[in-house]
Design a protein around this ligand. Structure first.
Ligand SMILES: Cc1cc2nc3c(=O)[nH]c(=O)nc-3n(C[C@H](O)[C@H](O)[C@H](O)COP(=O)(O)OP(=O)(O)OC[C@H]3O[C@@H](n4cnc5c(N)ncnc54)[C@H](O)[C@@H]3O)c2cc1C
Length: 380
């Protein structure tokens, strides 16, 4: 294992740093939070610039618009864009970080050609329709039904907590195609074109007052069979491919960002006990970063590391501690001190981190069962 970057990676870093400095100097200000049309334009414009400069889809196949670069190049990219405070994926989150990678791994050639270049160019935005009101942690108990009718699946049901659903062109959709099979064996993974008839999108408000979630109501939506990813009733396996990206690589950039927050907070923390706590959080984040690099090194040598199971859990809990500490350390100043107002919002946002993409309890169950080999929960 070698955790150092190569000379080529460092040369790439220098080029990227110069490019970011020039681009960020002329970047328009970010639109307001709930102006979704403007947010979509801003996020996808930035994605297009990355694409034109050769920085989009670093680890994706060249054939479909990517760069076929080494995973370490992707880490350098994340370190530099976060350090420079460049825009992050925004509304391109699902497309770039888990729908696209799932299609790379499991899609047909036609699906790859139809979607991957457009995701990388910022021309196609994706959302995720996995969770249902009665199927969150126990996702495999989902009930949205899909009945085959010739060349279509007719889909009826309800999805919830669908991030960026109000601007999505396509959704990752899990449906039940065999109601009689054991619950993990009757699921199919579909690409849902969001402009089909029968889809109703209803916004949900968060505790922060923001509106990035929607509910989806699906009423006899006719989804073409060619939108199926993987085989019929093999969707649980494909779902686990999606989740491996969602719980692994999707968090890497946020991890770098958390390190920046530690640095921003440090000057405001004077109490020795709190400084020690901050030091602990910094060390935890550092350890998760080292684990991430180790995983990446292993992945580039074809070894599947078990560390991936830890990253989401360790990162989200460390960031939650950081959020909680920031409010204790800043007190009322968190609301008024210039430049640190973001900590109030940050604290509230961190509450969601140990829920999104599978709660901490579920991550611990997975670690217990799949990594430590403990007995499985009887009901799952
Ligand atoms: C920021 C954010 C973004 C999200 N984006 C999306 C999205 O785009 N698309 C989408 O489909 N979903 C999305 N979700 C939904 C998310 O996947 C679910 O909220 C999550 O899986 C938990 O499901 P639930 O909310 O139904 O909670 P529940 O499953 O009802 O869990 C409630 C509590 O019970 C605990 N629990 C449940 N089962 C067990 C068990 N077996 N052992 C121990 N404890 C258990 C849980 O840990 C939790 O504390 C998002 C959620 C958040 C917070």
């Amino acid at each position: 294992m070698d955790l150092r970057y190569s000379d080529e990676d460092e040369a790439f870093r220098a080029e990227l740093r110069a490019w970011l400095a020039a681009e960020l100097a002329v970047l328009a200000p970010q639109p307001v939070r709930d102006d979704w049309d403007a947010r979509r334009r801003w996020d996808t414009d930035w994605q297009r610039r990355l694409f034109d400069a050769g920085y989009a889809g670093l680890s994706w196949p060249k054939e479909y618009g990517g760069q076929d670069a080494s995973p370490s190049r992707q880490l350098v990219f994340l370190e530099e864009t976060t350090r420079a405070r460049a825009p992050y994926v925004g509304v391109n989150f699902v497309g770039l970080l888990h729908a696209g990678p799932t299609i790379v791994a499991e899609g047909t050639d036609e699906q790859k050609a139809a979607h991957l270049p457009k995701i990388l160019r910022g021309e196609e935005v994706w959302c995720q329709g996995f969770s249902e009101p009665e199927a969150g942690s126990d996702l495999a108990s989902l009930r949205t039904r899909a009945v085959r009718d010739g060349d279509h699946y007719v889909v009826t049901g309800q999805k919830i907590w669908c991030s960026f659903g109000q601007v999505g062109d396509f959704g990752e959709l899990l449906v039940r195609t065999d109601p009689d099979a054991p619950k993990h064996q009757g699921i199919t993974w579909l690409i849902l074109p969001m402009d089909l008839g029968g889809i109703e999108v209803r916004p949900l408000k968060t505790v922060l007052g923001s509106s990035e979630f929607v509910e989806l109501f699906l009423d006899e939506v006719r989804v073409p069979v060619e939108c199926r990813v993987g085989e019929e009733n093999d969707g649980w396996r494909v779902t686990n491919v999606t989740l491996s990206f969602e719980r692994g690589t999707a968090f890497v950039s946020e991890l770098v960002d958390a390190t920046r927050l530690v640095e921003d907070l440090a000057p405001y923390v004077s109490d020795p006990a709190q400084r020690r706590e901050l030091g602990h959080v910094a060390a935890e984040l550092d350890a998760v970063w080292a684990l991430t690099k180790r995983n990446v090194t292993q992945a580039s040598r074809g070894v599947s590391g078990r560390g991936a199971f830890m990253i989401k859990l360790a990162y989200s809990e460390a960031r939650q501690k950081l959020g909680e500490l920031s409010l204790r350390a800043l007190g009322r100043d968190a609301l008024v001190v210039d430049g640190v107002g973001e900590f109030v919002e940050e604290r509230l946002r961190t509450l969601a981190l140990t829920i999104a993409a599978g709660t901490s309890q579920i991550q611990r169950n997975i670690l217990g069962e799949r990594v430590l080999g403990l007995p499985k929960e009887s009901s799952r």
